[in-house]
Design a protein around this ligand. Structure first.
Ligand code: MSP
Length: 510
């Protein structure tokens, strides 16, 4: 049986259309999911939409729509974007689906049975935009007398009856859990933030609201709806079919990785494992908080009118270049700045000049001088063997870096080989060997074809469409594109289709 791997994206609020930030998370998770599949894992990759809560209720009202009709209208725009971006998710969950309401209700009941929830009353600050409660000490008083959360979201004073989750009882157990599972929170700097937050003391968490209706009713007390974050977090478990232990995906829990943005780490790394442990369920194995993108140096916001539409980017620059850029440009985990100039420079530099040309030069020589047939391996020199050995290490390096979400490092490892292969082709000059030493020319071209095959195989997770085209041109059968198949040499003499450039240069038409 294949080993299992379960990766999730956050589920997105449907108050807004999807933008670059959302695309980023899903592309990163997609690259990881595809990499694990190629490495032989049985992968479950989940994404979806977060549809309850006060923020959505307000957004629906602002559009003059019923919240269900509103979410039914917006949720498909996320689904459609994932298709445009080539996201290979295995399921798409909506929190308004009956499977989710049933599972979350059962989860709540489990918490009640275990004495983890009690009725009290909440009095404090709440930010609808963040759907989060804040301690007064976390808020900042504004000149006009109002207060704001650290995120900049306005907070309002809320007084209402509320159910509470006994979060305070989990402080020591959480610290022990982080201690034992040192990879649970990444990157390390984020882990330290969470540790100091938990060490500073945890208060019980308000987990129900009575002042609006758009949520999952609290079982046995329908005047309350569940706090949207409890509802939202549980999506990750719902999708495995819980509480049905025989559900086809039951064995995927606990998730191997929740990928989140840095702004929602606390919910995933503190509240979520405590809620799960309180219900007798296993906590996830890892939470990785990635950074945020600014756009041409500015915060992306509707009021600035600089929100980047992923669909527009793809239409202009092509899907794979955009996917590549997002994972290549910034160390994963750090913040990054999106600029068209840097996107174009990656496209024309690394994709067109370095990798595209390498493939085009090698394959057109095979077409021209080897009657479009893959030359046989022949007798290789030390230089040949050294380049091939460098390439052969890539599946292991890419898997290991992607497993730590160091996508930029994995891509740098791949590019070292691209650069080495370019140096090799320049030095060997196979075009000049045609007349002087055709036997050697064939050996060199075969080395290049074998290196290109490895490069295209390991880059499939990041650029699936272009790499499929490159593998077609190398005559690699569809069933021989996983990492294990790299151990089996390509058949000598296979007829190759005419080579076609995979990465065109981008020329600005404006
Ligand atoms: N609904 C919650 C998540 C619930 S998960 C159980 C939520 N939704 S969100 O739509 O507001 O944000 C989803 C993700 O988008 C977050 O991980 C957030 O960090 C990310 N991003 C939003 N803007 C971003 C950038 N400008 N850059 C990178 N990621 C950004 O929070």
């Amino acid at each position: 049986m294949k080993p299992k791997f379960y990766v999730t994206t956050p589920i997105y609020y449907v108050n807004d259309v999807p933008h670059l930030g959302h695309a980023y998370t899903n592309i990163a998770c997609d690259a990881l999911a595809r990499c694990k599949r190629l490495a032989g894992y049985d992968v479950f990759f989940l994404t979806g939409t977060d549809e309850h809560g006060q923020k959505i209720e307000k957004a629906a009202a602002a559009h003059g729509e019923d919240p269900q009709a509103f979410t039914d209208r917006i949720s498909p725009s996320f689904r459609a974007l994932w298709t445009t971006l080539g996201i290979s998710n295995d399921d798409f969950i909506r929190t308004t689906e009956s499977r989710h309401k049933a599972a979350t209700t059962a989860f709540w009941q489990r918490l009640v049975e275990r004495g983890a929830i009690y009725l009290g009353s909440y009095e404090g600050w709440y930010a609808v935009r963040d759907e989060a409660f804040y301690d007064e000490s976390e808020t900042a008083l504004q000149p006009d007398g109002t207060r704001r959360a650290p995120s900049g979201a306005p907070v309002e004073w809320v007084v209402e009856p509320s159910y509470f989750f006994r979060l305070s009882a989990w402080q020591d157990k959480l610290l022990e859990f982080y201690e034992k599972n040192s990879d649970f929170i990444a990157p390390a700097a984020r882990r330290n933030e969470v540790l100091s937050f938990v060490r500073s003391g945890l208060r019980d968490l308000s987990v129900s609201r009575t002042s609006f209706r758009w949520g999952i009713p609290v079982p046995g007390d329908p005047a309350h709806v569940m706090y949207v974050w409890v509802d939202a977090l549980f999506n990750y478990v719902t999708a495995t079919g819980w509480p049905d232990v025989h559900a086809p995906r039951a064995a995927f829990w606990p998730a191997d990785l929740h990928m989140v943005g840095k702004d929602i780490l606390r919910f995933h790394a503190v509240y979520w494992p405590a809620l799960l442990m309180a219900a007798g369920l296993a906590p996830p194995r890892r939470v990785f908080a990635h950074g945020w993108w600014t756009v041409e140096g500015e915060k992306m916001s509707k009021s600035l009118g600089n929100v980047v539409s992923p669909g527009e980017l793809v239409a202009r620059y092509g899907l794979d270049p955009v996917r590549f850029f997002l994972l290549r440009e910034v160390p994963f985990g750090s913040d990054g700045d999106f600029s068209r100039r840097s996107l174009i420079s990656r496209i024309n530099g690394e994709l067109a000049n370095e990798f595209g040309n390498l493939a085009q030069r090698s394959l057109s020589l095979v077409a021209r001088h080897c009657e479009s047939r893959l030359p046989s391996v022949g007798s290789r020199t030390e230089v040949d063997a050294a380049l091939l050995a460098q390439a052969a290490a890539l599946p292991g390096l890419v898997t290991a870096t992607f497993e730590r979400q160091a996508f930029h490092e994995g891509l740098e490892d791949v590019w070292k080989v691209v650069r080495a292969a370019n140096a090799y082709i320049d030095h060997q000059a196979p075009w000049a060997l045609k007349k002087t030493n055709p036997v050697r020319m064939a050996v060199v071209l075969r080395v290049l074809a074998d290196v290109l095959r490895v490069l295209a195989t390991v880059l499939q997770p990041v650029m699936p469409g272009s790499m499929a085209r490159m593998l077609d041109q190398l005559g690699v059968p569809a069933e021989a594109r996983d990492f294990a198949s790299l151990g089996v040499p390509l058949a000598d003499g296979v007829r190759l289709p005419p080579p076609e450039g995979v990465f065109p240069r981008y020329v600005d038409k404006e």
